[in-house]
Design a protein. Structure first.
Length: 394
């Protein structure tokens, strides 16, 4: 592979955000290079979200990577909320003019984007070590990295920080320039992936005195289940048998009886965190996706927010190069954050509604009961949930 010393946009991170941004820029004829500190196989091994809003699906289709998603993705028009020993279906489509969500794993989205980038012959440097960025407060930012034992310096017009919560881009912002808003929840999600048919045709969100549970899926033959656990829980301490027994305790009797169990393919613990760093622009550095914000997974917003960020950023960069206008770049942070905070609010609400936290007393628990009862009986409350779940307009 040639090693150009100059590109228009340097993209740090090859998760869905970085790959999608690269594809949208390549479509518009804008040069870009992606740097990723991990191997390609490691990036594909990450087990993440699997619920796509219609707006996200449309962006992927426009990018030319939606074919397999439309063939294999599962379209859902409702979800179940389970509490008090019963299940209550929330119609997503009726209140939203026919909208729904698509169950399609983040790993599959990443694979589709990787395949497209290879077909485009667009450069990606995997296992790029010691990545460092500088000069984004000046006219010509630069990125330094080591690849295959050789040191490289890449000059560019802009840097897109799509390298996640633990990446290098956000920490490269000068101290004091970021306004951080954060809440770390006293719990995590223990997830199990298995080759068994889903227990239900739609997702089941469970509120139980022993803790939250979620019955999800990746395909008609592959299921994904979650249990609320302690924040520092060790996944290896949970045998498959222990996981299934605990899940059955939290499900209503009918669902528990229908559950098909099997050996796990993967088991891991994800912490619950709400986090926003703003602004999302610093001169010629732009943050997108988990580099700028995290939501607890309860509302299924993480991947969709990243896609929304990239959509806004790509529009702004294309406007800059095609029209020599900086209006979109100047508006990017405010535009993205307006949608991010709506998703943060919804994810916080879903998390607070369905989880049992040790630091909440009886009053908070009774409020949960009242809120769930209201949700089960109120079409207006159900419509508000549906509107947020299928995704607010981009």
């Amino acid at each position: 592979m040639t090693r150009p010393a100059r590109t228009q946009v340097a993209i740090i991170g090859s998760g869905p955000a970085g790959l999608l941004l690269g594809r949208l820029l390549t479509q518009a004829g804008i040069d870009n290079i992606i740097l990723e500190r991990r191997s390609k196989d490691h990036v594909l091994s990450r087990i993440r979200a699997g619920v796509l809003e219609e707006g996200s699906a449309r962006i992927l289709e426009d990018a030319g990577v939606g074919g397999r998603m439309r063939e294999e993705g599962l379209v859902h028009h409702g979800i179940d909320i389970a509490f008090g020993g019963g299940r209550h279906r929330i119609d997503l489509s009726g209140p939203t003019g026919g909208k729904g969500v698509i169950i399609y794993g983040q790993t599959e989205v990443t694979q589709d984007l990787m395949d497209r980038r290879e077909a485009d012959d667009a450069p990606t440097f995997y296992e790029a070590e010691d990545v460092a960025i500088s000069g984004f407060d000046r006219h010509m930012p630069e990125t330094r990295f080591i690849h295959e034992g050789r040191a490289h310096t890449l000059l560019c017009d802009f840097i897109a920080g799509c390298d996640g919560f633990h990446g290098v881009c956000r920490p490269s912002v000068p101290q004091g320039a970021l306004d951080i808003a954060e809440r770390v929840y006293p719990a995590g999600w223990l997830g199990l992936l298995c080759e068994t048919p889903p227990v239900s045709g739609e997702l089941i969100y469970v509120r139980h005195g022993r803790g939250f549970a979620l019955c999800s899926m990746r395909s008609p033959t592959r299921s994904r289940y979650y249990l609320q656990c302690a924040a520092g829980e060790d996944a290896t301490a949970w045998s498959d048998e222990r996981f299934w027994e605990e899940l059955k305790r939290r499900l209503d009797p009918e669902t528990a009886a229908a559950l098909v169990t099997g050996p796990s393919i993967e088991k891991s613990v994800a912490p619950l965190r709400s986090f926003v760093a703003e602004p999302m622009r610093f001169g010629r550095l732009f943050l997108a996706g988990d580099a700028a914000h995290i939501v607890p997974p309860t509302g299924a917003k993480g991947l969709n927010l990243a896609i929304g960020d990239v959509h806004y950023l790509a529009e702004a960069l294309i406007e800059y190069y095609q029209e020599r206008s900086q209006r979109g770049l100047e508006a990017y942070s405010e535009r993205a954050l307006a949608r991010i905070w709506q998703a943060e609010r919804f994810s916080w609400w879903m998390t607070s509604l369905l989880h049992s936290f040790a630091d909440t007393g009886r009053f908070a628990q009774k409020l949960q009961d009242a809120e769930l009862a209201y949700l089960a009986d109120s079409r207006a409350a159900q419509a508000a949930l549906a509107e947020n779940y299928v995704g607010l307009p981009l």
